[in-house]
Design a protein around this ligand. Sequence first.
Ligand code: ADP
Ligand code: ZN
Length: 623
Amino acid sequence: MSAVLSPPFTDPQRVLHEVFGYGQFRGEQRQIIEHVAAGGDALVLMPTGGGKSLCYQVPAIVRHRGGRGVTVVVSPLIALMHDQVGALEEVGVAAAFLNSSLDGDEARRVERDLMSGKLTLLYAAPERILTPRFLAMMQSLSERGLLSLFAIDEAHCVSQWGHDFREEYLGLSALHEQFPGVPRLALTATADEHTRADIIQRLKLEEARLFVASFDRPNIRYTIVEKDDPKKQLLRFIREEHEGEAGIVYCQSRKKVEDTATWLAAEGIEALPYHAGLDAETRRDNQDRFLREDAIVMVATIAFGMGIDKPDVRFVAHLDLPKNIEAYYQETGRGGRDGLPADAWMAYGLQDVVNQRRMIDESEAEEDFKRLQRGKLDALLALAEAHDCRRVRLLAYFGQHSEPCGNCDNCLNAPATWDATEPARMALSCIYRFRQAGGQRYGAGHLVDVLRGKVTDKVKERGHERLSTFGIGAAVSEAQWRGVLRQLIALGHVVAEGEYNTLGLADSARAVLKGEVQLLLRVPTEAKARVKAARVRGGGAKPPPVPLDEAATQRFEALRAWRAEVAKAHNLPAYIVFHDATLAEMARAQPSTLDGLAGISGVGGRKLDAYGAEILRVLSGAA
Ligand code: ADP
Ligand code: ZN
């Protein structure tokens, strides 16, 4: 599809409104866009789903003066460029991508369009951009004043501290050296100090203006439950709250991904696996289905997700603890990009704490790096164990102050706490007695047996029924003991080591033993059902994202059926044609004129021209 914007746009607000169909800028978008459109460099830190794309797309349009001049977008993921370009063409912006999926003829056509200044945006991976051929083309564009802007997406890929380091990104400083006059905009959702400093230094952005957006994603509800029977807990969560909706389930290992996906599928959930061990074709097929169908649950390792901008992901679940808060926030941020309610749900247990600590301890990394990783893990564990507002803690981690949110598990359902100071002391002194009694260390299972006074074979064999700590904790339940030990490990008073995760005392245990530290723990809450009105659904259809009456629901369904046909004809995911939220608003407001339709968020000029009459017809037909 060829797409050329007719009027020269110079006003960002008009571009937002007339091209993208949105009423207002979000957060700092306006300031960022004005700064970049005027030729300034910028580094933008904004959470996943915060609206980074518009920050370079609007300046690209504004700087495409008189219909000439291109913005080059550096993006790490060639698999997603097709859909990104498709979304721009849908709103009438001339865009293209250059990558290995194009054949020779197609690539030459794109290059011709590029050199003639016809394109507003060109997407390419860094390795392509840094080839001598491409650099020479940019040189020629630049000499003719047709190189408008460089946008470097996922800029944290340049940092070795981050989790997505890509060697090719290191070469991008060449852009500044070779084209000092072309403004650069780097964008990322990774906000920690280290990564930020790294990005600035490696991309030579010392002079760039820094924009740090609010990291709050108010429509995401955070919930962290204690692991009990995680697969069943997950299934219950999906069935009760997200039946028929799209979601992502993160697991740590490939095997667990496979097992979980198979199990969910057997339970009637449309689940697909995704991890780096699958062949490229399977990965692409599964990703395509996730993007194009409505209700796929993607069970994945962290290999999945970067660059996925599907707006209607309604939940992100973690069956294993992520590496740190940045990773957790980036992963959970993939839910609810459309601004509608979404869930971030995690099941977390003793084993997670032990595993993560061990992975750091046993890694080959330098001690400095390990110390940093341990600090980050501690912050995540504190979040998982918190009995106050999760969001306040998350935002505080990113240096932002906030008030209790009213939209996390702890705010909605304040957890009961119990004073575990005494049991903690019992556990620590029992570990100490083991050492005295024979110098050996034991795992959590045996420790709890001894504390509860259970006479097992192992207890008899070791003579542990004679220890002074035998049976002193009989009044504390097993589940409570697991919570106590998890906390002690999370807080670093106890260390779990070796193949069998045997427990030992850390230096800081002394203060707890002396009674100088009070330990307040959550009462395990898993059994408690979450309060949520049951949704009534017919035929397993996807529910509208906002409550609609019966007639409006019918209109919504009719619009969705129409959208599916258009998406198919254009070979694009349905949400690129219109978001669910936009269709729901059309169904609710039921406009009868093009003007009325134009007032709905998400309907820009091009889409109004292309689809307006059709939509009015569908709306009146379905009334
Ligand atoms: P990010 O790249 O930061 O993760 P996106 O650029 O994908 O986020 O934006 C997330 C969603 O928000 C997209 O669906 C986008 O269309 C929408 N969006 C962004 N800015 C606005 C705005 N000003 N008004 C309405 N919707 C917006
Ligand atoms: Zn809260």
